[in-house]
Design a protein around this ligand. Structure first.
Ligand SMILES: [Zn+2]
Length: 502
């Protein structure tokens, strides 16, 4: 009896061995270079619906918009860390000398600025007054200081003061104690880029008490390509260490209410400025009231890291990083920014790729990073580069996933330091050859500090329009599971390819 049972066990074991030998997974490791069957099996495990469930949860009220450095941001990080741990990945432990804490995350102090509930933007046009709708008609700039002012509004075109080039939109105007209204961007003929921060600085130097910012009806080509409309977006002032001027981003429709006298419309003014080189500035005859409270508090941002060690002892010290930022804008003026596409989508892709890769041997190590601080200027990825968990010189590539949930079903891939052919190859392996568009460097995103550190980078963004970019309408309802699936399949194939390359 004992003998018989033992024999049966051995037979079952032998059968299992045979099945294992015949499995695509084993064939991959048995014959380096012919890893397609194992990859095909891994690709088949990717589930768009599973990722959509993660996007729904991350963008729900539970995490309150995951504002950088807040407890909401931290709790969303714990969700990611718990998932990493349940997959058997090694969480990376950190010590912060500045904060005196040790734990399974990479902490850094950061200032949290929030517009308190109950913001007000009111226009006084003649005897009429109009209360603008927060989140729809306007958004305060997210790090705007507190403000309580009623003042006349002066239109200053694109807000450029450049007497050396003979183009000074403030010429002959006194904007002291006025609210200035300016267009985003610049006229096509103006040679240098002009950041909103430059315009804000100019307005402050000229004595303005606040500013209103509007995207003109003629949208710049780059933004039109990306599908940005003219709706106000959540944004930070970007003026660095200086104290920002209070300001709000308004819709063109609201701005039109300010054009009762010449120039008679925002469009007419923008066309004039784009066509001629003469300013079209002047008083609007409208008063505006801006009222909100901005609260500042110390916060801590956390990157959560987990590693899957390489299976080949010779190649295991080499690392492929897969990263996605998790943080977003939280709740501003009481309005929730769910950040479903930005970047619950990338976080869901990160978790799904980790889930699938956790079960297969790869020659090199893979480091998964859930960054915070991206929305406040790539803070989390910069902190990582200053304090890397794995040798930067042995980090072969960084794959960044950001905005991977909406669009036309294609993937736009930005590559630096690698042959574009390698990025195309991964597309073929993932069976996505006709859905991949490969470009060079994408400005902005957590890959930038890695690129600056000399590490090759691949940035994966879903192609086509992202119409809810940085808006309260960026909800899980707009995210498509098949787009998440394409992004995860691509990242899986690419990381597989890079981690197993000879
Ligand atoms: Zn963003």
């Amino acid at each position: 009896m004992f003998l018989r049972r033992s024999l049966t066990c051995w037979l079952i074991l032998a059968l299992l061995c045979l099945l294992f030998l015949a499995s695509p997974l084993f064939l991959r490791t048995a014959e380096p270079g012919t890893d397609e069957p194992g990859l095909a099996k891994a690709l088949a495990l990717v589930s768009g619906e599973r990722m959509l469930a993660d996007v729904r949860r991350l963008s729900s009220e539970e995490f309150n918009g995951r504002q950088t450095g807040t407890a909401d941001d931290f709790r969303s990080g714990l969700m990611v860390a718990e998932r990493f741990q349940s997959l058997g990945l090694q969480l990376t432990q950190f010590m912060s000398a500045r904060l005196g804490v040790q734990g399974w995350a990479m902490p850094e102090p950061v200032t949290v600025t929030q517009i308190a509930d109950q913001a007000l933007l009111q226009l006084y046009v003649g005897l009429d007054s109009l209360v603008a709708q927060l989140g729809t008609d306007y958004l305060p700039i997210l790090d705007s200081p507190s403000v309580n002012v009623i003042a006349p509004v002066v239109f200053v075109g694109y807000g450029i003061s450049d007497p050396a080039r003979g183009f000074d939109e403030y010429e002959g105007l006194d904007v002291r104690n006025r609210i200035v209204l300016f267009l985003r961007g610049k006229p096509d003929w103006y040679p240098d880029p002009v950041a909103t921060a430059d315009k804000e600085r100019t307005a402050r130097e000229k004595g303005a008490v606040a500013f209103l910012l509007v995207t003109g009806p003629i949208v710049p080509a780059y933004e039109a390509r990306r599908g940005f409309g003219t709706a106000p977006m959540g944004s930070y002032s970007g003026v660095g260490g200086e104290r920002p001027l209070p300001g709000a981003w308004i819709t063109p429709a609201l701005a039109e209410r300010l054009f009762a006298q010449p120039p008679r419309s925002l469009r007419e003014a923008q066309e004039h400025l784009n066509r001629t080189r003469t300013p079209r500035s002047g008083s609007t005859g409208v008063h505006a009231r801006l009222l909100w409270e901005s609260r500042q508090a110390p916060g801590t941002l956390y990157n959560f890291l987990a590693v899957k060690p390489g299976a080949d002892p010779r190649l295991a010290p080499e690392t492929i990083v897969i990263g996605a930022h998790r943080d977003h804008f939280g709740r501003q003026g009481g309005v929730l920014f769910p950040g479903a596409d930005d970047n619950a989508s990338g976080t869901a892709v990160l978790l799904e790729v980790a889930r699938v890769l956790a079960g297969v041997p790869l020659k090199r190590s893979v480091l998964f990073i859930s960054f915070s601080g991206e929305e406040q200027g790539l803070l989390g990825s910069r902190f990582y580069i200053n304090r890397p968990a794995r040798s930067l010189s042995q980090t072969l590539a960084m794959i960044n996933v950001d905005h991977a949930g909406v669009g036309n079903g294609k993937l736009t891939v930005g590559v630096t330091g690698l042959h574009k052919e390698a990025a195309m190859e991964a597309g073929r392996r993932a069976d996505l050859a006709d859905r991949i568009e490969v470009f060079g460097f994408f400005p902005g995103g957590d890959h930038v500090p890695f690129k600056e550190a000399g590490i090759p980078t691949v940035t994966v963004v879903s192609g086509g329009a992202h119409p809810h970019f940085h808006q309260p309408t960026d909800t899980a309802e707009t995210v498509k599971p098949d787009i998440l699936e394409a992004a995860a399949r691509y990242v899986l194939a690419l990381s597989w390819q890079l981690a197993n390359a000879p």
